[in-house]
Design a protein around this ligand. Sequence first.
Ligand code: ZN
Length: 183
Amino acid sequence: MSRYQEIKEYYQTLKDQVLLDLIEYEFMDLEPEAISALKSEILDRVMDTKWIKAIDFATQPMSEEAFALFARRVERQNCPYCGQSERPLSASLIRKLTGQVIRVYRDYKYILGCPDCIMAKMKEAEDHNKLKGWFAFPMGVFETLFAFFYHRYNRRLFTHGHQTRDFYRYLRVAKAKVYYQFF
Ligand SMILES: [Zn+2]
């Protein structure tokens, strides 16, 4: 069996949402055969064919200038959560932790939106972490503190009107998803 067929058969076993998560989080790490298999699987399932366009966009080589332009265009979109368009969009990794005695369960997710909506999601995660995150010894304590400072660092960038590194990181990782969402 060729590598392509092997991957395609594996993709056939995945749920729609898992395929979409691949496009969002692992897309840039996929080998060319996997990208072809993903496109073919999307077509077979007649999921929105705009995904094909988005994947093609994301797999084109892109100069740094073109990437910067793409980032500026994304910044000017309306916030997907509240619809505001006055402040540039940004992104942050939200670190949610659940400690269970000796294990820490990590729920990490990038949020792309306006600074206010991102900060609301951070607050939610912080409240959760304060209750549950530290409850694993010793890593839960360290990771809860780390998440707190991580969120705070990005919050300060928002307050000063600076763009976060997470924004560019997320755009690179999830180029296809972002293209699909906004263009
Ligand atoms: Zn918003």
